[in-house]
Design a protein around this ligand. Sequence first.
Ligand SMILES: [Zn+2]
Length: 469
Amino acid sequence: MNRMRTLRRVRSKALIAVFCATTACLAQESDSSGSAKSLSPPADPHIQTALGQISAQRIQANIEKLVSFGTRSTISSQDAQAIASGHGIAAAREWIRSEFERYSKDCGGCLEVKEDSFVEQPVDRIPAPTKITNVYAVLKGSDPENSKHIVLVTGHYDSRNSDTLDVNGDAPGANDDGTGTAVSLECARVLSKMKFPATIIFLTVAGEEQGLNGSQHFAKMAKDQGWDIEAVLNNDIVGGDKNSEQDHSVVRVFSEGLPAAASEQDIRRIRGLGGENDSGSRQLARYIADIGRAYDTGVKPTLIFRLDRYLRGGDHSAFNQQGFAAVRFTEFREDFHHQHQNVRTENGIEYGDLAKFVDFDYVAAVARLNAATLASLALAPGPPSNVHLLTKDLENNSTLTWTASPGELAVDYEILWRGTTSPEWEHAQKFGKVNRATLKLSKDNVIFAVRAVDRDGHRSLPVVPVPER
Ligand SMILES: [Zn+2]
């Protein structure tokens, strides 16, 4: 509703804008209704086919399998006997790896199934040196230039009950975070049947409940090795808990404002120019909103401009710490009786994170939204780089420059803009295959971004310019 109102308000101003690119200069009325349509991508029939293959039954079976390990506490036993008896986190880890390997077999070995394993020394919630293993599958991009671009989906496969140090008691972790693990698995199964120019990583991490240990290790490894991860989708508690006040039509998407990895210089610029609503994570959140409008996934994203819920944290923040754009998906209304609780009934209230509270159709809808986002990003050109807004002279026009997206996919560049008080992009204008454009709009009054588009309309993440004197 807010968005529609904003668009109407802008339209009533009937702005006349003159758009100049390197090769051409054209005058046209800014038609925000046309622009609004062009902001969301056209639905890609291949992606729609993939979304149709996401199965609530498979997701249910995977969540029930995860629950069957009794506990998936990161500090539970990992010895051979525990694995053989199907109890504890190592048994869960072995099963997840075998699932990824099975999907890979079905696509002719298209997935590289890997482990990121390390020993965490005793800290707060880890009483003894503990092996922590992240399990992941890599669907390598088919295009040599674009395969360096990585999009990633993650969930944590560890679980806990009332006591983070309890290694034996039941900790079913159906919703938290069997659901996120199931989303990573189902996206891998379905998307591995497609080919993408960019690389997709399907990740499941451990150690989340002990202190984000697994994701911190993975994100640091990615940073140290120079991986170009442009988007991280973290799914944690996406079960649509069946409480009476649940809204099964929406999923929350949390994103950081001021980037955790911002330098002092970045913060000075953000403070001076009003950039606090334009982190990479927030561009990713807006991209997900566009995908939610383009595809009928069964659930609509609602953007929460906040890192996470009060008193809570999650794996996306470990990626934010390393400078990656990362968001968190979480059901609309959580039932705290069903999280981090020993399974029991007290005063007629059922406690514990049991599979019977999870709405598997809802998880499938969230998986579709994730898969559509991953596929759209992995099919799109990489974002343009070195995006600058020229500020050398005092003038009322705005000139942007950028370095082309790598590889041959980009056939067009679009400049997006919105009012400084608007939550989402309001206008998009195509400029062709150029690397510079001038708009008759004052940079003082709007926020700009540039994105790359391929011949089928797949869009990169938008990049907000930095000022260049
Ligand atoms: Zn969780």
